[in-house]
Design a protein around this ligand. Structure first.
Ligand code: NDP
Length: 367
């Protein structure tokens, strides 16, 4: 039988751990194949929360252990489906108590956009790592508050940018960084779908903070940045609305926007809730090009360059994302394309500039 010391050594624990009572040490950690496992509670048991929960079943480094929900019936279903104990179930009133729960390491916030900031800050204050869905917040000012709160609490803030871990995306980015396309001077991003139910929160300004741009257009913003490997210095944008009933004040239906980069590269993009079949990235350089379609859907992603198709096995994005995020939080791994709060903030600065450009009709410089 394994001795305590050998077990702890195999589990990678320090002598500090040896000084803690054995049962306490083990209770506060979870291991799989000698690797620490990130124990996650999901906040918001909706459509995407369910997708993440199912994907986490196959994660090697992340495990769903808790829920935070406003709907008791969903909690009952999730408890049975994922084997979640009563003591790891919270609602929106009492989840600050999570700070006294040693069996949860991180909370994944998957609620409507307007709730991301207040909920993430409460999670940080409870001393738990925050994983927050995109858009990280409604604007850059909120994003800065979140980054500051997580820094003050000494916890990670990661944004659910699943594409940053997707194999074909990473290969295009690798080739771009290696100069294989030459000087990349043009990016084209198309992000859109026809939105259904007019009563959903995505079409409610108070909860969504905008329209298609907050939800889907942000993929083209983010994609332009990681495909070109630069930060934009100016933005121009134009809004079009064909349905004034469905898309009320502040809820954008369609936005065309352009970004200019320090190298001289330009990006032209479309964000819309009025057309399907828009999930495409195109990157062009002086020596070659890369094209991705679909570029950000749940996959499989299709990607090819001037040299031919890029092949890579399709793995459920959220499974890879959660494994990689566990490695970032538990092992200090640095991802190829960042997913931290600063990264989320960069997209929000551009979202702010896009809305400002629409309002003023002018080119907006980004400091
Ligand atoms: P849903 O409406 O399906 O789920 C949201 C959940 O949030 C609800 O089921 C509910 O869970 C909870 N909630 C708390 N307060 C409210 C409220 N006032 N109104 C509505 N729901 C509330 O949305 P999605 O799951 O599609 O989206 C959630 C977030 O995930 C969004 O920020 C979205 O941008 C992001 N997302 C990201 C994707 C990605 O690929 N990275 C894909 C899809 C969404 P409960 O009943 O448990 O309280």
């Amino acid at each position: 039988m394994e001795t305590r010391r050998i077990f702890l050594k195999r589990a990678g624990l320090s002598t500090l751990a040896l000084s803690l009572p054995f049962t306490e040490t083990l209770a506060a950690m979870d291991f799989q194949n000698d690797h620490k496992v990130l124990r996650v509670a999901i906040m918001g048991l909706g459509s995407y929360g369910s997708r993440v929960a199912d994907a986490m079943i196959n994660s090697k480094r992340a495990k769903l252990v808790g829920v935070i929900s406003g709907t008791p019936s969903k909690v009952e279903t999730w408890k049975k489906k994922y084997g979640i104990p009563d003591k790891n179930c919270y609602n929106y009133e009492n989840f600050d108590e999570i700070k006294n729960n040693p069996d949860i390491d991180a909370v994944y916030v998957i609620t409507p956009n307007a709730l991301h900031k207040p909920q993430s800050i409460r999670v940080a204050k409870a001393g738990k790592h925050v994983i927050c869905e995109k858009p990280m917040a409604l604007n850059a000012a909120e994003g800065r508050e979140m980054v500051a709160a997580c820094k003050a609490a000494g916890v990670h803030l990661l944004v659910g940018y699943r594409m940053h871990f997707e194999a074909k995306t990473q290969e295009v980015v690798r080739q771009q960084r290696a100069g294989e396309f030459g000087k990349t001077l043009f990016f084209h991003g198309l992000s859109g779908f026809i939105i259904g139910d007019p009563t959903q929160w995505r079409l409610n300004y108070e909860l969504a903070g905008g329209g298609s741009m907050m939800d889907i257009g942000i993929y083209s913003i983010n994609g332009a940045r990681y495909m070109l490997g630069e930060e934009p210095i100016w933005v121009t944008a134009q809004e079009v609305k064909t349905d004034l009933v469905k898309f009320k004040e502040g809820v954008d239906e369609t936005i065309a926007f352009q970004m200019g980069f320090p190298s001289g590269a330009v990006a032209t993009c479309l964000s819309t809730y009025a057309l399907n079949n828009l999930d495409k990235f195109f990157l062009n350089g002086t020596k070659g090009f890369a094209e991705m379609q679909p570029s950000t859907g749940y996959g499989p992603i299709k990607a090819w360059t001037n040299k031919g198709p890029i092949e890579a096995e399709h793995v459920t994005h959220q499974t890879t994302q959660m494994d990689e995020m566990a490695a970032i939080i538990l092992d200090g791994e640095k991802p190829m394309i960042p997913v931290d709060g600063e990264e989320g903030l960069k997209d929000l600065v551009i979202v702010d500039a896009i809305y400002k450009s629409i309002k003023t009709g002018e080119k907006v410089m980004i400091a």
